[in-house]
Ligand binder design. Structure first.
Ligand SMILES: C[S@@+](CC[C@H](N)C(=O)[O-])C[C@H]1O[C@@H](n2cnc3c(N)ncnc32)[C@H](O)[C@@H]1O
Length: 410
């Protein structure tokens, strides 16, 4: 039976939510919609009264593709919604802070993507997973990926022909690097001699910088360097990298502003040195990261670079063994960029250590707000928050925030 609802708000996945709650994907607050109800889900949705914020999705794949969630909303709407998510997460912890205008990465700027590839009777099918399904949608005109990345989808297809199993879906992570395409494949056939040889040959023919198969490097024609400040780093296959160069630059300049003038910096959850290496132009940095292959890559990048101050690295699980107050003595500033779970154990020690300045970079407003509450309770002021949207048209929100001890102005 068809029922009518008015959308009250968007949920954290970007779905419209009406009283009930009833979830209506790809609707906007204020819209009157009709459809059938299955459980808490509205299906076969018709927009009876569209919102003024509704726009024609720029990408022709949007209807079927699950890669984007918010192309039906105007840019100003998405911008305001993302800033509000952070504001509301902080308010739920009793914190009010200045929100700087959002920085949004331009279309066609994603430098890394995981392409799903399935072998079919005719050849291969490659693209993104469809909306809430395992169906693969082809994306030849995708508005997210950088043009060079989009042009590399045939590489993923060629690898699936060689090493994709008939039943499984291959996950092919393509990353742009200064030396060409860096490719890391998961879910393929188990390696044996002939497969290794044919994949290595394909890497040569396709001019790949590197090819890794289930974590094992099969071919490295050139190290797939990423430039971090004055240093270039070859990250381990599949290692974390900020999704767009533009977003990385926005986060970095915010972090640099927060820690400006610091002589001794600790970079926690440092990855391959996205922040540590540029910061080492002006400060000594101790970089701590859980994954030893990443700290090794960072260290190698630092050793090859000219003119940087000293960087020391440490591979350490910061959830189980956070840096303790006595290890943070004489440190001017801490940069903190944890995964989605946040950094409650580390923040508890930071609260004790009273490092004067903290730059907190986060990909999860909820855990960020929880950690912010602990810092504020320990005497820090949250000076301002810069929201950065490098996952354009998704429900994902990132940010960088400035904390200083209350007697120091931010
Ligand atoms: C959001 S990434 C940030 C990396 C880096 N700051 C950058 O911008 O490229 C989070 C990092 O935390 C690391 N990580 C995850 N869990 C960790 C843990 N328990 N202890 C230390 N590092 C961890 C991941 O390997 C990853 O490099």
């Amino acid at each position: 039976m068809t029922q009518q609802y008015t959308i009250a708000r968007l949920g954290h996945q970007g779905d419209g939510i009406a009283d009930g709650p009833i979830f209506a994907p790809r609707t906007l607050p204020g819209e009157v919609v009709t459809g059938g109800v299955e459980g808490q889900q509205l299906t076969d949705i018709r927009i009876e009264t569209p919102s003024d914020d509704r726009v024609k999705p720029p990408c022709r794949h949007y209807k079927a593709c699950g890669g984007c969630q918010l192309q039906h909303a105007s840019d100003p709407f998405v911008a305001a919604w993302k800033v509000d998510i952070v504001r509301a997460a902080l308010a739920a912890q009793g914190i009010e802070a200045e929100m700087r205008p959002i920085h949004t990465s331009p279309p066609s700027s994603r430098r890394r993507a995981t392409i799903a590839v399935r072998r079919t009777k005719k050849g291969t099918l490659a693209g993104f997973h469809g909306r809430a399904s395992d169906v693969i949608t082809e994306i030849p005109d995708c508005h997210l990926l950088a043009p060079e990345l989009l042009a590399a989808i045939p590489v993923a297809e060629a690898l699936a022909v060689l090493g994709g199993s008939r039943k499984g879906i291959l996950a092919v992570t393509l990353t742009l690097s200064s030396a060409g395409l860096d490719v890391s494949v998961q879910g393929g056939k188990p390696l044996d001699g002939p497969l290794e040889a044919s994949l290595a040959q394909a890497a040569e023919q396709q001019g790949l910088a590197r090819l890794a198969w289930d974590g094992e490097v099969l071919a490295m024609r050139n190290p797939p360097y990423q430039q971090f400040g004055a240093a270039k780093v070859a990250p381990p296959p599949g290692a974390f990298l900020q999704a767009t160069k533009d977003g990385e630059a926005a986060l970095l300049s915010t972090v640099q502003e927060i820690v400006a003038g610091s002589k001794k910096i600790v970079d926690l959850f440092a990855g391959c040195g996205t922040f540590s290496l540029p910061l080492a132009a002006d400060a000594e940095v101790h970089a701590v990261e859980g994954e030893p292959t990443m700290t090794q890559a960072l260290d190698q990048g630092w050793r090859m670079a000219q003119g940087l101050k000293r960087i020391t690295t440490e591979a350490r699980d910061l959830f189980r063994r956070p840096l303790m107050p006595d290890e943070l003595r004489k440190v001017d500033a801490v940069v903190l960029d944890p995964p989605r779970a946040g950094a409650d154990a580390q923040v508890a020690e930071l609260a004790q250590a009273q490092v004067p300045v903290i730059a907190y970079v986060s990909c999860n407003p909820v855990t960020f707000a929880r950690d912010a509450k602990a810092l504020v309770a320990a005497g820090y002021t949250l000076n301002w928050v810069q929201v950065v949207d490098q996952f354009r048209w998704s429900a994902h929100t990132e940010l960088a925030a400035s904390f200083t001890l209350s007697h120091i102005s931010g």
